[in-house]
Design a protein around this ligand. Structure first.
Ligand SMILES: Cc1cc2nc3c(=O)[nH]c(=O)nc-3n(C[C@H](O)[C@H](O)[C@H](O)COP(=O)(O)O)c2cc1C
Length: 214
């Protein structure tokens, strides 16, 4: 079922707002489970506080890896040496962050605002054990991501093609970034009238869903 047909069905139900939370999280789980899903990729934004007098937003594409409906949390994986981790840490992890998903086929956008934390330790160990050799290559560069180089093929690229045993050194760079969602904004651009709805999630798990002028 497409996102728009699922949402059309919800709009026709007796209590659409009561079902919105379930639809959002079912859809996010779908995004985390399939690379074919329109929400498998999202844009993740942070605030770069490097220049305290004018903090500015930074945005990048990441893969949605996990969605937890009970904790209202979404995860992606990254390299601890990346700028985004520096930005989150500088802002005092957990730090304010925003995710954006868009499905062009359904013309549905979902924006998630929340607090993002960088996770290491046993939780990262457990996820690392499940990663494939291909995905481990992302964490094996000798030089840190974002560093300026003189060539399109950084010298460290060759180091990424290694045995499973050698790939273990990528673990020190591997982190989970988990965003606990505080606000979701769902916008459906529809020919017969746009529809926008939102949910506030409070810290104790309470949910307040409402309609918004599109
Ligand atoms: C399709 C696609 C998927 C990506 N997935 C991830 C990801 O899951 N995690 C990640 O850290 N970077 C991912 N990236 C790279 C980021 O978009 C970004 O370029 C990189 O992480 C550096 O960002 P930063 O300098 O803001 O830290 C992806 C890029 C593309 C094009």
């Amino acid at each position: 079922m497409t996102l728009s047909s699922a949402f059309d069905r919800l709009l026709q139900s007796d209590q659409p707002l009561a079902e919105l939370d379930a639809l959002i999280w079912t859809t996010l789980r779908g995004g985390a489970e399939s690379s074919q899903h329109p929400w498998n990729l999202g844009a993740f934004s942070t605030i770069d506080p490097r220049d305290a007098s004018s903090p500015h937003p930074k945005c990048r594409t990441v893969v949605l890896r996990h969605a937890d409906p009970s904790r209202h949390a979404v995860d992606f994986y990254t390299d601890v040496r990346s700028d985004k981790v520096r930005q989150l840490s500088a802002a005092g992890s957990p730090a304010p962050a925003c995710w954006l998903f868009y499905d062009p086929a359904s013309r549905i956008q979902l924006r998630l605002d929340g607090m993002a934390e960088v996770i290491d330790g046993q939780q990262a160990d457990d996820v690392w054990q499940q990663t494939t050799a291909d995905s481990r290559a992302s964490y094996l560069s000798i030089r840190p991501p974002g560093e300026r180089v003189n060539d399109p093929q950084p010298p460290s690229t060759a180091d990424r093609f290694v045995t499973a045993e050698e790939s273990e050194r990528g673990r020190q760079n591997f982190r989970i970034v988990r965003t606990t969602v505080r606000h979701a904004d769902w916008l459906y651009l529809r020919r017969q009238g746009h529809v926008r709805s939102a949910i506030n999630y409070d810290a104790s798990g309470g949910i307040d869903a409402f309609w918004v002028v599109p």
